[in-house]
Design a protein around this ligand. Structure first.
Ligand code: THU
Length: 161
């Protein structure tokens, strides 16, 4: 008989900004500001991402769209690739992500797409230390995932090559 493999993922649900640590709050506020910089004339869906590096450096990114749709890039990968280009050897301590529609001020749940999870997984694997991911959740809540591994089980890494 086939056996079952159960994967347990624990996500902290934080009811408001007040429940975030100082560093998490800073990162989420930077992600919220970064969403204003999005170049999203096609979707009008503004995504902001912020990274905290091990030395406290903050880094931000926003989605960058293109008339040739697949040539655009999500906010998370914009931030991660820029971070790795500027600071190739620094570890990432936190990734924060948020989103909103251009016509509205309130923030919406921001769930990273599969490609962004894969890229996060690459850097988590590289630094051999979990990267917590703080996501804007519904109704002003926040979801804190303790690692990228929790967002992407059974991931493909360089060990599989
Ligand atoms: N988007 C992101 O920036 N991050 C994600 O994880 C999901 C989607 C962007 C891509 C596109 O510019 C817009 O949101 C609508 O899909």
């Amino acid at each position: 008989m086939a056996s079952e493999l159960n994967i347990n993922i624990c996500i902290d649900v934080l009811d408001s900004m007040d429940e975030l640590s100082e560093q998490e709050r800073q990162a989420m506020e930077l992600a919220q500001q970064a969403a204003n910089d999005a170049y999203a004339p096609y979707s009008n869906f503004l995504v902001g991402s912020a990274l905290v590096l091990e030395d406290g450096t903050l880094f931000k990114g926003s989605n960058q769209e293109n008339a040739a749709y697949p040539s655009g890039l999500c906010a998370e990968r914009t931030a991660l690739f820029a971070m790795s280009a500027y600071h190739p050897n620094k570890k990432i301590k936190l990734i924060a992500v948020t989103a909103r529609r251009r016509s509205e001020q309130h923030f919406l749940p921001a769930m990273p797409c599969g490609a962004c999870r894969q890229v996060m997984a690459e850097y988590e694997h590289k630094q051999q230390e979990p990267i917590p991911v703080l996501l804007q959740g519904p109704e002003g809540k926040f979801y804190r995932c303790r690692s990228v591994g929790d967002l992407l089980p059974f991931q493909f890494t360089k060990d599989h090559l």
